[in-house]
Design a protein around this ligand. Structure first.
Ligand SMILES: N[C@@H](CCC(=O)N[C@@H](CS)C(=O)NCC(=O)O)C(=O)O
Length: 212
């Protein structure tokens, strides 16, 4: 049985949605972030970065959301969460996943933790505003992709990208223009957030609508 260390709505929500979607046997382990549990010795022994999530798969401990998602997709190939290996679709899948995790998610960290990105805390609002501008550009790029080849990131088939995107769009509900109000992205968010697996995961985390 898997163990997913999570905090409601955090990056753990993507592997959580996937675990439900894949019908996997798993247990949720609540990380008491409000009391800094993710910075305590027990948690740091699992993930020295002190970041959420962590997945335990037997004796194996995995951190980094994208790595966890890819591992789950590998372990449950029948769920078809990634395109076939060595195909053009697989190459584009890699491109978008790296964009989501290296670029979009990274700028969300800048947006949410702006004070960490300067030694002068008075810079935080400027740092946050510039991250927001970049995030808006990224969501426009994603919306355009979905407009060309939707309704899912890989066209007609769902993949783990769509679950990742729901998490990012949900975080984007604090931006001045909510990603879910964009034409094609909004459709994608609606389709994914209505999936029974996602409804179950959100209910378990007590996340309330609007989901993005
Ligand atoms: N690159 C990491 C980032 C994870 C991350 O930053 N998680 C946030 C929650 S969404 C966290 O743990 N924040 C607590 C902190 O940075 O102190 C991943 O993708 O797993």
């Amino acid at each position: 049985m898997y163990k997913l260390h999570y905090y409601p709505g955090n990056a753990s929500v993507t592997p959580h949605m996937l675990l439900e979607e894949l019908g996997a046997d798993y247990e949720l382990v609540y990380v008491d972030r409000d009391n800094q549990a993710h910075k305590c010795a027990d948690y740091l022994a699992l993930n020295p970065t002190g970041r959420i999530p962590v997945l335990e798969d037997g004796a194996m401990v995995i951190s980094e959301t994208a790595a966890i998602c890819l591992h789950l997709a590998d372990r449950h190939p029948e769920g078809r969460m990634v395109p076939e290996i060595s195909t053009p679709e697989r190459a584009k899948f890699y491109q978008w996943l790296m964009f989501f995790t290296n670029t979009v998610q990274t700028d969300f960290l800048v947006y949410f933790y702006a004070e960490r990105y300067s030694t002068d805390t008075s810079d935080a609002s400027e740092i946050k505003a510039s991250a927001e501008a970049r995030l808006m550009d990224y969501f426009r790029i994603i919306d355009a992709q979905l407009g060309k080849k939707g309704p899912y990131m890989m066209g007609k088939a769902t993949s783990l990208l769509d679950f990742y995107l729901l998490m990012l769009s949900r975080w984007g509900r604090f931006l001045e223009v909510k990603p879910s109000t964009m034409k094609y992205l909004g459709k994608n968010v609606k389709l994914i957030s209505e999936r029974p697996s996602v409804v179950r995961a959100f209910e378990q985390e007590k996340l309330e609508a609007p989901f993005a």
